[in-house]
Design a protein around this ligand. Structure first.
Ligand SMILES: Cc1ncc(COP(=O)(O)O)c(C=O)c1O
Length: 373
């Protein structure tokens, strides 16, 4: 049996090897490393996939968030509501632009931001909500969009962990995450559901006006070389990464299906284990299992020790919610402010999850977890 890894990208590479190497050869021969045809073709392909009018490729998912926020003409001190139970990028980009991150606690079942608690935090200065579709499952976009509409607030979806997920609204419309708010941002970090072989990211929107602005911001605030209409950044997806993504995009749905099947097998293996809670699946969304995250209650440490002893990798996403991170202490949050996020930080445990995880490997992982209980 092959080694159990948290993320295993080798299987995918062996399937797309020929295509990727051929594209690399073309790109190296043409020397169009930046802004070449592969980048445009991928942007068109992703816009087709997400069914959004515009996709702007950029250098990574963190930049995507920054560029999206920069396009909204916000003023220092304007408030951006987001979750503290996420990767740091989400809040980092709010803070770096001089805006104020306003954290709202999560729901215990989905780990996603709690719309009821968003309502309590809306103020005159609230300009944006950034829901994160954590671990591969859409946040409650029905409720979030309706709060945003009522209060005239932008919604930026942080879709870094959920590309290919969907959300079905009460009126029956079903759309992909990244096409549910005003702007969607995503990351192509190698371990993501759609990952390249370096860094990459993209922004999606149906608004042509926002798209034009964001395109310019990603390119030093410029539409025409050496003429700068606004202050921007330098954030590009390069041609080599675009070639990898072009090879993978047609397979994204089947990659996600493999993750869902692996999650189904884990669910079966843990059925009836009263000490553990398997991931909740909101019936309105397609959970694409960027992570398979158990709630292990007070048993986490025992399980971690057992897995470590057996040489099986695991992850804790996230051990400290953002409102309690040192870097964010000046915003004045204290322990107890976000009780659900804090409790989840102490309980969650993510198991190996990737597209080539086998039933045999999962049996071993589950046996090891159960042995600890
Ligand atoms: C929720 C979330 N947002 C943003 C990012 C940032 O993406 P990147 O690493 O490409 O900058 C990540 C990636 O780790 C993420 O998980």
């Amino acid at each position: 049996m092959s080694e159990i890894r948290m993320v295993d990208l080798k299987g995918q590479f062996s399937e797309i090897r020929e295509e990727v190497l051929q594209s690399f050869d073309e790109i190296l021969g043409s020397t169009q490393f930046i802004n070449g045809p592969h980048v445009h073709k991928f942007a068109d392909g992703l816009s087709n996939y997400l069914d959004t009018k515009n996709v702007i490729p950029c250098a990574n998912g963190t930049d995507a968030l920054q560029i999206a926020l920069m396009a909204l003409d916000l003023k220092p001190g304007d408030e951006v509501i987001t979750t503290p139970f996420t990767f740091v990028s989400t809040a980092e980009m709010i803070a770096i632009l001089g805006l104020k991150p306003v954290f709202v606690d999560i729901k215990e079942d989905t780990f996603n931001i709690d719309p009821e608690k968003i309502k309590e935090k809306i103020s005159e200065r609230t300009k944006v909500i950034i829901p994160v579709h954590l671990f591969g499952q859409s946040a409650d976009m029905e409720a979030i969009n309706s709060i945003a509409e009522e209060n005239n607030i932008y919604v930026i979806e942080d879709n870094a962990q959920a590309i290919g997920s969907t959300f079905k609204f009460d009126n029956g419309t079903e759309k992909k995450t990244g096409n549910l708010g005003h702007i969607g941002t995503t990351s192509f970090f190698p371990s993501k559901n759609l990952g390249c072989y370096g860094d990459g990211g993209a922004i999606s929107t149906d608004s042509d006006e926002l798209a034009e602005k964001m395109k310019s911001i990603a390119n030093h605030g410029s539409h025409r070389r050496y003429y700068h209409d606004r202050i921007g950044v330098n954030s590009r997806l390069d041609s080599l990464q675009a070639a990898v993504l072009l090879a993978k995009l047609p397979k994204l749905d089947s990659y996600n299906q493999s993750r869902i099947e692996a999650a189904d097998r884990y669910d079966e293996l843990f059925a009836g284990v009263s000490e553990l809670t398997v991931p909740f699946r909101d019936p309105r969304t397609r959970h694409v299992f960027h992570q398979y995250t158990l709630k292990a209650g007070s048993h986490r440490e025992k399980i971690q020790n057992q897995l470590a002893e057996a040489g099986i990798p695991f992850g804790v996403y996230y051990p400290v919610p953002l409102h309690l991170q040192k870097a964010y202490s000046h915003y004045g949050y204290k322990s107890g402010d976000m009780p659900v996020s804090e409790a989840m930080s102490a309980e969650v445990l993510s198991l190996p999850m990737h597209t080539t995880l086998t039933a045999e490997q999962q049996q071993i992982i589950a046996d090891t977890v159960k042995k600890a209980l």
